[in-house]
Design a protein around this ligand. Structure first.
Ligand SMILES: [Zn+2]
Length: 271
């Protein structure tokens, strides 16, 4: 084996190792070709932009509830997001929607509070959104697109070297599913189901009743059938029996995690 070839192999192996990470809770190995710091920095900037773009709700009860639940979930995910600077914002938007971004930025639209009946149900939505972040689904989605758009290993190395410049605000907001123009789904079904599973374990570890996650999906189903156009949360989070079946399959383990957490939260009614 000649020297340059050996060098190329070593470089490739190094890049592949650097570009691979294990998803928390599931342990699945996923590909990452984008820079963590870039994604975080740009996510924080996008969140700040949203705070200017949308009216922020001053409703005391809603803000208190989001902070109470959000902080509890954030403690459970500490080791999966140790550098997060958590921020929980209620946006005064009637859509049923919620999202979480790298860096610990969580946004919930007032519309969501019309369908979540208690802290446990809000926890299930927030935990699902945060699971997308700890699983780095946005990184993976961007990486998959980059891998497809580059030709072969040499192209990939070139792409990685220029990774920072390849990451644009447009690409990132599309990966988050925050641009309505694309009209597509934020994440594929596999990532949604993974976020469901991880989120279920997170909420259980925080002491919330994991069974409430099923009720949220059922409410969303009912909501979508009574409206001509599906609510936003549904269009990016296709609710279906498959997701409910997976949640029910994982429920015994989630209930064990909740019991092991040593803490149970009594549901708090907001209305
Ligand atoms: Zn989702």
């Amino acid at each position: 084996m000649n020297a340059p070839f050996r060098f190329t192999l070593a470089t490739l192996a190094g890049l592949l190792l650097a570009g691979c990470y294990a998803v928390p809770v599931t342990g699945r190995h996923a590909m990452n070709l984008v820079d963590d710091n870039d994604v975080t920095k740009m996510s924080i900037a996008m969140f700040d932009e949203m705070k200017h773009q949308y009216k922020i709700s001053r409703d005391r009860a809603l803000n208190d509830q989001l902070r109470r639940v959000g902080e509890r979930i954030s403690k459970v995910v500490f080791w999966d997001m140790p550098d997060a600077d958590w921020e929980f914002v209620v946006f005064d938007v009637p859509q049923i929607n919620a999202f979480a971004m790298a860096g610990g930025k969580v946004g919930v639209f007032t519309g969501l509070f019309k369908i979540v009946k208690n802290d446990d149900q809000l926890a299930s939505v927030i935990a699902h959104e945060i699971a997308h972040v700890t699983a780095k689904h946005v990184h993976e989605k961007l990486s998959q697109e980059m891998a497809v758009s580059t030709i072969g290993a040499v192209g990939m190395i070139g792409g990685m070297a220029g990774g920072a410049s390849m990451l644009t605000v447009d690409a990132l907001s599309q990966a988050y599913g925050l641009t309505t123009a694309a009209g597509g789904l934020a994440f594929d079904r596999k990532k949604e189901k993974e976020a469901d599973y991880i989120g279920l374990m997170y909420m259980a570890r925080a002491g919330y009743d994991p069974q409430e996650s099923v009720r949220v999906l059922e409410t969303l189903d009912a909501e979508s059938s009574s409206q001509p156009a599906p609510p936003a949360f549904l269009s990016t989070h296709p609710s279906n029996p498959e997701r409910i079946i997976q949640l029910l399959d994982a429920m015994p383990k989630a209930l064990e995690e909740r019991a092991a957490s040593g803490r149970t939260a009594a549901p708090v009614l907001i209305k």
